[in-house]
Design a protein around this ligand. Sequence first.
Ligand SMILES: [Zn+2]
Ligand SMILES: [Zn+2]
Length: 320
Amino acid sequence: MKVRFWGTRGSLPVAQRADAALAKIARALVAADGRRFASEAAAAAFARRELDFATYGSFGGATSCVEIEASEEAFVVCDMGSGLREFGLSALRRCAEGHPRVYHFFLSHMHWDHIMGFPYFRPAFETGATIVIHAGHADAEAALRRQQEEISFPVSFDELKARIQFVVHRPEEAFEAAGLEVSLVPQSHAHGSFGWRFDRPGKAVVYSTDAEHAPERMDDEVDFQDFFAGADLVIKDTMYSLGDTASLKLDLGHSSNLVGVDLCHAAGVKRLALFHHEPAYSDDDIQRMYDDTRRYEESVRGERPPLEVVCAYDGLEIEI
Ligand SMILES: [Zn+2]
Ligand SMILES: [Zn+2]
């Protein structure tokens, strides 16, 4: 099983600005301290070794879209944020090499940042492609059709050439799709959202974004402990640092990085991917939150096995 992150930003896509790129270059030059490099590859190796990720890379700015490569028979994709455009192009290349043109999507909910990529999803314009959209919301189809109404987009949903099917699921009923056992759980969020769990013998991945777990109500989170139980990877909305959650008194249906660690520890999860990064955070802000999260994990671990914390970025691949 391989998990590929095509979009990891929350709420709104963000683009790198010139001043941010310049600040990274300046910091790298200072760190190089007059060293000479024989090639760009040698300079890149130095950057990877000596600089933090926020300096030599970027967490990226596309919104939620995560591919789970787990099946020979179909693509499996969580959410359709702006990262979906890049995934679509990659999928077309793989289909040209023989991959079946079958796509299973799993929607957390239909806020714009989770569906805005679909009008730009090239495979939907292809005759012969099959797209199955799994949702916990009965109004998922209405939301996708609405964003392609003439007032908002030049190509209507009915003009798409792929065979598109919507399947609405109930949380208490697990089902099979693309060779995976799939289950869903309702989450606390405006208009509701759903977390998805994908099981294959000996492997489990959970995608749980746009879910509020308030620190003062952690005793009520038993359902999530069961849902996350023993997962190899939990991709979790950790939009705000706990400091911001407290100081801004946010009640926007998202969780903090520390609550994510607590839930995953309680559920015996092996790896947590911080996800759905706040669009106002710079790469340095996200790096700081990531470092704080790892320190927090170490400090509360106790006798439990370590929880590996990774910080998702556009382009990250994780082998499960
Ligand atoms: Zn969102
Ligand atoms: Zn949302």
